[in-house]
Write a protein that binds this ligand. Structure first.
Ligand code: MN
Length: 261
């Protein structure tokens, strides 16, 4: 019987120096991982790395920060969404550096959502830095939450926008960087417990002056337990049940998998 200890719903496995080693370590640490990619060209290699893994699942993506140079890859992304139940990293980035490409980003993201909606049963992990309002509007317009499950990764929009995202069926994946400041803590506290997931965005976040690894998602559970005033074991149960729902949505049955609490 397999035993899962934790969940990392947004990790850039292929941006680690040795992805194959990280995947082996996830097996050893028993952490289930959604391995996001930043271009659809990276997906076949990620798929090969993760194909025989019990714990690590490759997602096909086109990062909004790369859309300026790679918007033509959207066609490839659409094709690969047919083959991949997990989609990401996708979304919009409205920060000054990426504003010049915002129209392109909107078009690519809308087409990504349409392709996910067309194939149904997709789980999409979404970037929304400085663009939460537009990301949520596009989800509302292009997605039926009965068909596509959207996870807002590292959400930093307003509390009002969070409520809209909740009504649109979104889940939220939380990392330790979000819990470093009071604004982030307050925002995370208003996530309904049945929409809460953990992530690391590894290797783009740090703990104790080192780059995070997927099993740092266990630290996030402890931090969330403290924030919500629940025992660690209860928080672990909450995350596990939510994770099971998400994997179920993607056609992966974790019910057979024993989760250690
Ligand atoms: Mn990311």
């Amino acid at each position: 019987m397999t035993t899962i200890r934790g969940f990392d719903f947004h990790c850039h496995v292929d941006l680690h120096p040795d992805p194959a080693v990280i995947i082996q370590q996830c097996e050893r640490e028993r952490i289930a991982v959604v391995a996001v990619t930043t271009t659809p060209k990276a997906w076949p290699q990620n798929y090969l790395w993760t194909k025989s893994s019990t714990y690590v699942f490759a997602a096909v993506g086109l990062h909004p920060e790369l859309v300026g140079e790679r918007d033509f890859e959207v066609e490839l992304l659409e094709k690969r969404i047919r083959d991949s139940r997990f989609v990401g990293e996708v979304g919009l980035d409205g920060s000054p550096q990426h504003r010049p490409n915002y129209d392109k980003q909107r078009e690519v993201f809308a087409r990504t959502l349409d392709a996910s909606q067309k194939h149904r049963g997709r789980v999409v992990t979404i970037h929304s830095r400085c663009a939460a309002r537009d990301v949520i509007t596009l989800i509302e317009e292009h997605i039926d939450p009965a068909d596509v499950l959207c996870i807002l990764h590292w959400f930093s929009g307003s509390a009002a926008l969070m409520q809209r995202a909740i009504r649109a069926g979104c889940y939220f994946s939380v990392n330790t960087a979000m819990l470093k400041h009071d604004r982030g803590k307050t925002l995370v506290q208003s996530i309904p417990q049945d929409r809460l997931l953990t992530e690391t965005d590894s290797p783009f976040t740090e703990i104790d002056d080192r780059k995070t690894v997927p099993w740092d998602a266990l630290t996030t559970i402890t931090q969330l337990a403290k924030l919500y005033g629940e025992p660690d074991s209860k928080m672990k149960n909450i995350i596990t049940n939510n994770a099971k729902c998400v994997f179920q949505f993607a056609g992966i049955n974790l019910e057979e998998i024993n989760v250690e609490v």
